[in-house]
Design a protein around this ligand. Structure first.
Ligand code: AMP
Length: 186
């Protein structure tokens, strides 16, 4: 099972990714978490990453693409959360992906959740900027995967537990139901 999970900031993709990883025994690759760690490690790219994250801008693709390709290489079962965030990232992914989970959420729910979270990049001004970046850069990614029939749209507005049950059951149906030849799909 090779999954990406995308959605607006505050849609709950990190939380759901963690729960789904546990449920299906997948490697959880949280791009935002990895980037935040790199800032703390004061790595070579750390300053570039920090500057972009502090503004709510996307971290340059030469950094993100390398992380994703390295972390997913030779891994059979994974869920990457927070990738791809623009078309270039989608096209730059060298591996195979089975499904892209798209967690939808209304603007009111998103802003309420983010303000409760109290992360450094969760001030109202930066949140608004991140939503703008999402609408401009990430929305086209959704169309890209819809065309390829890889998109799995899930309503992210209900509670964490309700969203998880919906997502878990949908994935079970896709990956563990037998097709007409008695084989597991895909
Ligand atoms: P997240 O933890 O997914 O909310 O991401 C927090 C921040 O990390 C974003 O606002 C971006 O600055 C950066 N980030 C996370 N994922 C990516 C990505 N795929 N490409 C570029 N920047 C990213």
């Amino acid at each position: 099972m090779k999954l990406f999970i995308i959605g607006p900031p505050g849609s709950g993709k990190g939380t759901q990714a963690e729960m789904i990883a546990k449920e299906f025994n997948l490697k959880h690759i949280g791009i935002g978490d990895i980037l935040r760690k790199k800032v703390l490690e004061k790595s070579k790219d750390g300053k570039v990453i920090k500057d972009h994250m502090d503004r709510g801008d996307l971290v340059p693709n030469y950094i993100v693409d390398k992380i994703v390709n390295d972390k997913t290489k030779d891994v059979d079962k994974f869920i990457v959360d927070g990738f791809p965030r623009d078309i270039k990232q989608a096209e730059g992914f060298k591996g195979k992906v089975d499904k892209i989970i798209y967690l939808t959420s209304s603007d009111e729910v998103i802003i309420k959740r983010l303000l409760l979270r109290k992360r450094v990049d969760d001030t109202l001004e930066i949140i608004k900027h991140r939503i703008r970046v999402y609408n401009e850069d990430t929305e086209p990614v959704i169309k890209f995967y819809k065309k390829k029939k890889l998109l799995l749209e899930i309503n992210g507005n209900p509670t964490i537990e309700e969203v998880f049950i919906d997502l878990k059951n949908t994935l079970k149906k896709i990956f563990f139901s037998k097709n007409s030849w008695g084989k597991f799909s895909p």
